[in-house]
Design a protein around this ligand. Sequence first.
Ligand code: EPZ
Length: 431
Amino acid sequence: MITMHIYKINGGKPLNGFIEADGAKNAALPIIAASILTDEVCLLGNIPQLKDVENMIAIAKHIGSNCSGDNANCLIRIETSKIVNSEINYNLAGKLRASFLFAGAMLAVNGYVKIAMPGGCDIGLRPIDLHLKGFSLMGAAVVKDGGFVTLEAPDGLCGAEIYLDFPSVGATENIMIAATAANGTTTIKNAAAEPEIVDLANFLCEMGAEITGAGSDNIEIKGRNKMHGTIYNIVPDRIEAGTYMAAAGAAGGDVTIKKVNPVHLEPVTLKLREAGIYVEEGIDYVRVVSGGRGSILPIDIRTLPYPGFPTDMQAQMAAFLTQASGTSLITETIFENRFQYVGELNRLGAVIKLNERTAVVSGTDKKENVFLTGTAVEATDLRGGAALVIAALSAKGETCVSNVEFIERGYRDITGKLSSLGADIISYGNC
Ligand code: EPZ
């Protein structure tokens, strides 16, 4: 990836102060897709200003939505009075994996869509077989050809019982969206239970859908309700907030992150406490107090579907645990290629070895891992890039992080937020 700009970070400074979490990227994306289910106006609030959101809006506009935004207030207005395009090319769909969530929405509202297979971060194969299994069980004709998926249901969809072989977040969302238009009831067994699934279900219910069980592994959707416009604020971003919690843990200091839902952060909070970090939970904030390097205990982490430890926090915790006073094990069970950032962390002086799906993270007790030392590193993906920033904050000297476009897909103003906490970080044109 050719980087347009880089981050320059001088590490070794503690983080202190207050920041606010933005709205959840992974709630905003499915809700934008679902907004086309009605020809009335949807007003979405707490929408993060991110490239991925822009790319989803571009697809909605291509389909026929009239979209306008008020960036300062994180508001988006979407009105899809009619569908003008039923084909979504790779130029639009290839920019992010969540583009495929328009498949379920278009099946529901249009009975036909031809959509390019999704793109996204290179963290694994990321198949869509479970999405297609659900659509097929609901009566859609599914054709995969030449990099496109064509879905047709000229006579509409029928309610079905759908077992997900893996609790896929995207498949659960896509099927739930499509099922709002199906004749009869659809049950999703072994459904994903992430907070973003619950947020999507709440949004769909606000539009008139009848959905029960969201947040459990058994979701029921009664279809064929008229879907109407609504006003909806999305949930805070638990992964953005968790990232700043890990940064404060690694760099040391006293950081409060406001506008969060602490319940959604529980796996991260509990693991940071296991590592000896003080975490205070308020109604809508979390506070992290850390002595940084030398006061962090080694821990073992295993990523699992929610409410297990989130895979989207795996890389950030690896960076944090390079500062622990012993060896930690991190096992990634969700994606098969989510350790690409390890090579870059090791270039900063970390000592991380990979054993299939487990990263063995040596801590500061190992003589060869005295201090991380700043150097030039490249972001490999969104969360791996955030891990490099966390490591750079703890490293001695200057670190240049390139390919920051990856990072900015999921973190709005990360340099501004970290600077406000005392970090020495600037965003720099091509150097
Ligand atoms: C969502 O991706 C998130 N993205 C990801 O966040 C997150 O890591 C992931 O859920 C897991 O929590 C958005 O919400 C936009 P999956 P998604 O379908 O839906 C298997 C980030 O950093 N699978 O739960 O693609 C496959 O093995 C991003 O913000 C199938 O086998 O995740 C996959 O590896 C990265 N067949 C695993 O499930 C399918 O049809 C998890 O995928 C679908 C999935």
